[in-house]
Design a protein around this ligand. Structure first.
Ligand SMILES: [Zn+2]
Ligand SMILES: [Zn+2]
Length: 187
């Protein structure tokens, strides 16, 4: 426990999630925290992080639903601000091209108003992956672990079972986010 808490103290995003930094928190629940990027690439530049310390998106093998959770939180918050959801750039800096080693989703709006430097930094490609690309990569890793066929089938069945359970859990969680964000706007 000691080593875990000292790691949290050393990680800037864990510190923000724990309320130890001055960054205003836009949204927080048991799983996610949202705050603004210190160097916004457009009018709205949200960072959605997991409260849990996860190094980067490639560490979500077997947990691709976390990507959906991050996107859902960002989308719900942007919707609250009447953002045009067709003009949002979502994505993850792909390792080693991330500055902070704590999983974070960038949500930038309006994407059409980014300066050219930002367009480069947040251009889907080698160093910046859209949520869809990230999920496709994660699914590929999960599917191709080279286990023996029988064992693989067994694993798949177990995985499908786990995924169904996780999906139910994450459905509940997504509803919770929507409810909490709605409450934010009435307060
Ligand atoms: Zn962290
Ligand atoms: Zn980043």
């Amino acid at each position: 426990m000691q080593s875990q808490s000292s790691r949290r103290l050393a990680c800037i995003f864990c510190r923000i999630a724990d309320g130890l930094e001055r960054n205003p928190i836009l949204y927080r629940d048991d799983t996610y925290t949202v705050f603004r990027d210190r160097r916004p690439a457009s009018t709205n530049h949200l960072l959605v992080i997991t409260n849990e310390h996860v190094r980067d998106v490639t560490c979500l093998r077997g947990r691709a639903e976390v990507v959906d959770g991050l996107v859902h939180v960002a989308t719900t918050l942007l919707q609250k601000e009447d953002a045009d959801l067709g003009d949002v750039r979502f994505g993850f800096h792909w390792p080693p091209f991330h500055l902070v080693s704590h999983l974070h989703l960038h949500a930038i709006h309006p994407a059409s108003q980014m300066a050219w430097t930002s367009r480069l930094i947040f251009r889907p490609g080698l160093w910046f992956a859209s949520p869809e690309t990230a999920k496709a990569w994660l699914r590929k890793q999960d599917g191709g672990d080279g286990a023996a066929p029988g064992r693989q089938q067994q694993q798949q069945q177990q995985q499908q079972h786990d995924q169904r359970q996780e999906r139910r859990d994450s459905d509940d969680q997504l509803e919770g986010v929507t409810r909490r964000v709605a409450q934010l706007s009435t307060n």
